[in-house]
Write a protein that binds this ligand. Structure first.
Ligand code: SF4
Length: 113
């Protein structure tokens, strides 16, 4: 049981480290809106979504205050990892090949710079 927990924790930690590593290029990469709308939507049941506690509706997530932004003001639209400026569904660097809800949230939320 401990090994299962440790494996999950390692996976989550790895995803967070990946997020941090990608943050430096997040502002340089923008996906055209037309392409973004063609992407399949992330399912909340996807393994990565579960590991990162992603929800389509940010208001249903437990969002701790972070980087001077209160939890209630955090969603995918103001996250460093979002890759489009418009649309209800947008690409996210942590979910390659899929789109997340603009009003979604996950525990890797990072203040957009
Ligand atoms: S908060 Fe949204 S945009 Fe930011 S990493 Fe999570 S799913 Fe991606």
């Amino acid at each position: 049981m401990g090994n299962k927990f440790d494996a999950g924790r390692r996976r989550t930690t790895g995803l967070i480290l990946k997020a941090v590593a990608l943050s430096s290029v997040a502002t340089m990469v923008k996906i055209p809106v037309a392409f973004a709308q063609d992407l399949p939507h992330v399912e909340e049941s996807d393994a990565t979504a579960v590991a990162l506690k992603y929800l389509h509706d940010a208001t249903k997530a437990e969002r701790p205050d972070k980087s001077g932004v209160v939890g209630a003001d955090q969603d995918c639209t103001n996250c460093q990892f979002i890759q489009a400026d418009a649309g209800d569904w947008r690409p996210c660097m942590l979910f390659p090949g899929k789109a997340v809800a603009a009003k979604g949230w996950c525990m890797s939320w990072t203040k957009k710079v």
